[in-house]
Design a binder for this molecule. Structure first.
Ligand SMILES: [Zn+2]
Length: 290
């Protein structure tokens, strides 16, 4: 799961593209409603060996695209670094190693995700640095979309590899498994503090103004939260009723998809003590202002 709404369908990107002197993208060849044009995988650095950041889903069509990217910039893979353990990021690691030989694979450990993949992992976490010629990647622990999520600052550019926390198109999904909107909002604030120049997202095109995009994400969520609080204040107690008001302008298919997003918001503001829940199962509960 990467977390992208249907608005990303229809966006196409080249298989291989050079996005800066230090950053080349190879598209994961896994387009879907969840991944948009597919997962961006990045060759980072300037030397004969570069870091591969994320690996796509593990589809055989990806390997020739990766070959093409390696040939385009004239490098080999030094090691693999992963933003998180969702299958469209870690899924290609085994086949890349199968093709290129043993490589170190670093990520923040999270057993429930990690043990689904036959790859030996090296643990990294907040503040850790991975270096190659021309690139210094500094890890930022940024949970919310996924509990094991790392973003990476590319120190030489002041740019940011945002993983699934900030996307080139659309908004990030907060999944029921391992997702947490309150953590996610804190992670966005943390990313804003870094004041990134460009953002290289895991899905969609390069973002030229990182700060503006992160602000847009924060504003969008805050606006949604106000609308949801207002709906609850007006006596809308169930998630379908809240969705029907807040997403009145959207088609029914999107309204159903919006239920999980509204649920994530309610769980966040419940943690903040602003709403109360009657019922164990959040999606079926009755919600009132606290
Ligand atoms: Zn993801």
């Amino acid at each position: 799961m990467s977390g992208t709404p249907p608005t990303m369908i229809g966006i196409t990107l080249p298989d291989v593209d050079v996005w800066s002197d230090r950053v080349t993208v190879a598209l994961g060849q896994n387009p879907s409603v969840f991944t948009g044009p597919g997962t961006n995988t990045y060759l980072v650095g300037t030397g004969e060996e570069r870091i591969l950041l994320d690996t796509g889903s593990g589809l055989p069509e990806y390997l020739p695209v990766l070959e093409q990217a390696l040939a385009r910039v004239g490098c080999r893979i030094q090691e693999i670094v992963l933003t998180h353990g969702h299958p469209d990021h870690i899924g290609g690691a085994a086949s890349v190693i199968g093709h290129h030989g043993a490589l170190r694979v670093s990520k923040r450990p999270y057993a429930p995700f990690d043990e689904r993949h036959p790859v030996e992992l090296t643990a990294i976490g907040d503040g850790d640095v991975v270096r190659t010629e021309g690139a210094t990647l500094r890890a930022l622990y940024t949970p919310g979309h996924a509990i094991d999520h790392l973003c990476f600052v590319l120190e030489e550019e002041g740019s940011l590899f945002s993983g699934d926390n900030v996307l080139g198109v659309g908004t990030t999904v907060i999944p029921a498994e391992g997702g947490d909107l309150l953590d996610y909002m804190r992670s966005l604030e943390r990313l804003l503090e870094e004041a990134p120049t460009a953002i290289y997202p895991a899905h969609g095109p390069r973002i030229d103004d990182g700060v503006a995009k992160i602000r847009e994400y924060i504003d969008h969520r805050n606006q949604r939260e106000q609308q949801i609080l207002a709906a609850v204040g007006e006596g809308r107690e169930t998630i379908p009723d809240i969705v029907a008001l807040v997403y009145a302008a959207y088609p029914e298919s999107l309204q159903i998809a919006a239920r999980s997003s509204v649920c994530a918001h309610l769980l966040k503001i419940e943690r903040e003590g602003r709403v109360a829940r009657e019922g164990e199962e959040p999606l079926a509960a009755r919600w009132t202002l606290a």
